[in-house]
Design a binder for this molecule. Sequence first.
Ligand SMILES: *Cc1c(COP(=O)(O)O)cnc(C)c1O
Length: 370
Amino acid sequence: MPRPIQATIHTAALQHNLARVRRAAPDARVWAVVKANAYGHGIERVFEGLRGADGFALLDLQEAERVRQLGWRGPILLLEGVFEPRDLELCSRLGLWHAVHCDEQIDWLAAHKTQVPHRVFLKMNSGMNRLGFAPLRYRSAWARLSALPQVDEISLMTHFSDADGPRGIAHQMAAFATATQDLPGERSVCNSAATLRHAQDAGVRADWVRAGIVLYGSAPDFPEHSSAHWDVQPTMTLSTRLLAVQELQAGDTVGYGSHFTAEGPLTIGVAACGYADGYPRHCDTGTPVLVNGVRTRLVGRVSMDMVTVDLTPLRHAGLDMGFGSEVTLWGRASNGAVLPIDEVAQAAGTVGYELMCALAPRVPVVVMAD
Ligand SMILES: *Cc1c(COP(=O)(O)O)cnc(C)c1O
């Protein structure tokens, strides 16, 4: 028998979250962002749940090929554009739309031989200072592109640094609006946080929103708001079982470095999940976990293949907590209880994005329809 650990991808939750995005941005089209192998879920595994989107946005050309292989004939957008000139051949062949964020990418397009002109998204650096043309250089980039026979429609895009926080998006929206004022073309500015927090403004939701993390059931602005607040559901469950139960006495310690010491008699469970499965080693005593759907806490350090959990809440409730009990590290337990990935990420000093993306290859993954 294999180790009992497993990840489950919930198709109905993906559909629910996509519908939630549409409610937040009515009449905008939705890019389902599936970069990083669909935030660790697996592109092939989320495709059914997200095929109701208007397009798929990603970074890797290989991932774009995989989306086409799944039979998707609609729009696919390369969010960082191409990385070298010959990538443009694949764009022509697969009909990929691509971002253009620098002069080199325009040079490559100008030299590209193609029958079909490309749809491009011209990216502005409106303040994040990663990719894109500065506002003062944006128009000349637009003019250069629009003169190329290799270019079809030009859409306008930018990306927010603070859509999830107190600084907000106004300063970047102002820079974008000023520099694009009389330019034609569709516009796309919102990531998940902007879609949930700012897209009631039609100018902000614009023509396309680019929804990533919210589709995967994580609150982009946690802990200010939770996934329950935004009405999104977990799309990935990481679950396992208890391999052993230990009875501790006062003064007994648990795990490497004796990081936890029992103050009195304590029953703990040993679960088959460790940092080699993608569970963060930065989690320590106090990190929330569900056992048979009941919320409890980690005790002691995370090791490579095991974690140890406090079974006191189950004992008090007179619930089963023996060998083989279900342990939910994040996501949804069999009894329907939910442990948001955001809470586990917070305990590890990181964000839900990183935990999803870091699910280890050794963890078997199943797709569940509901
Ligand atoms: C990743 C990404 C998104 C999606 O971000 P989320 O915070 O996951 O919604 C949107 N736009 C661009 C350009 C991205 O790279």
